[in-house]
Design a protein. Structure first.
Length: 253
């Protein structure tokens, strides 16, 4: 699985097609969508029309709790909408009634080769402690809200201890909080030192701790977000960013 990708929340229609196309053209190979984003068909079309071989693109989608009671049909619906032959990773979008049964349906689709990997989103220590003993296949990945103001300092090590990868959504703040995070003086100072942008500092920090999926409809920002491998943060800089934690979630999940 690529370490850095494009989240497509709020991208619909031609904007979604253009954004995913720009991401793939710039070298991004991880695309994240979900049933609730309403753009699985556009994501699939953009991947098919990109000219990039299917096996080089890693596509993630998610089942929403409203789909849990009919998970097998929902999986088939996602496969049909995306029309990519298979889905690389399917997640439960967040906990809800029937989540274990829905996950078991994903396990069966995994065995059938329709899905290549399965996992969870918005599951934390309590939720994972209750959930994991009830399923057979260990989640390959847990996707949670993680950014410098909400670092999941206890949750990330717990997930890693299960042998499961962690992926950050809202890495740049999200839900109207981007401006505050992207003007933080500590991050600005670090960015100035390395002659990079504040988003690049945040994304590199996130990559040091797991996997990251920033979202953008701006081709220039998409390209910038993928150019993260020409600098590295020092231990002191990582510690300075760690000190920014407020346990401040920007969504209710």
């Amino acid at each position: 699985m690529p370490a850095n990708g494009l989240g497509t929340y709020s991208l619909t229609g031609q904007v979604c097609l253009d954004s995913v196309g720009a991401a793939l053209a710039s070298g991004v190979r991880l695309i994240d969508t979900a049933y609730m984003y309403g753009n699985e068909a556009e994501v699939g079309r953009a991947v098919r029309e990109s000219g990039v071989p299917r096996e080089e693109v890693f596509v993630t989608t998610k089942l929403y709790p409203s789909q849990f009671s009919g998970a097998e049909a929902a999986i088939e619906e996602a496969l049909e909408k995306m029309d990519l032959g298979y889905i690389d990773l399917m997640l439960l979008h967040h906990p809800g009634a029937g989540d274990v049964e829905a996950y078991c349906a994903m396990e069966r689709a995994l065995t059938a080769g329709k899905l290549r990997a399965i996992g969870l989103s918005c599951y934390y220590v309590d939720e994972l402690t209750a959930f994991l003993p009830r399923v057979s296949v260990k989640p390959a990945l847990v996707q949670n809200e993680i950014h410098p103001y909400c670092q999941d300092a206890e949750v990330v090590p717990f997930i890693h201890d299960q042998g499961t990868a962690v992926q950050a959504w809202y890495p740049l703040g999200g839900r109207g909080h981007n401006d505050e995070l992207l003007s933080d003086p500590v991050l600005a100072s670090i960015a100035q030192t390395h002659v990079v942008s504040i988003p690049q500092v945040i994304l590199w920090w996130a990559l040091q701790r797991g996997v990251v999926i920033p979202g953008s409809s701006n081709p220039a920002h998409i390209e910038e977000d993928d150019r993260l491998y020409h600098f590295a943060l020092t231990e002191e800089e990582m510690a300075a960013i760690a000190a920014l934690n407020r346990n401040e979630k920007h969504d209710w999940y």
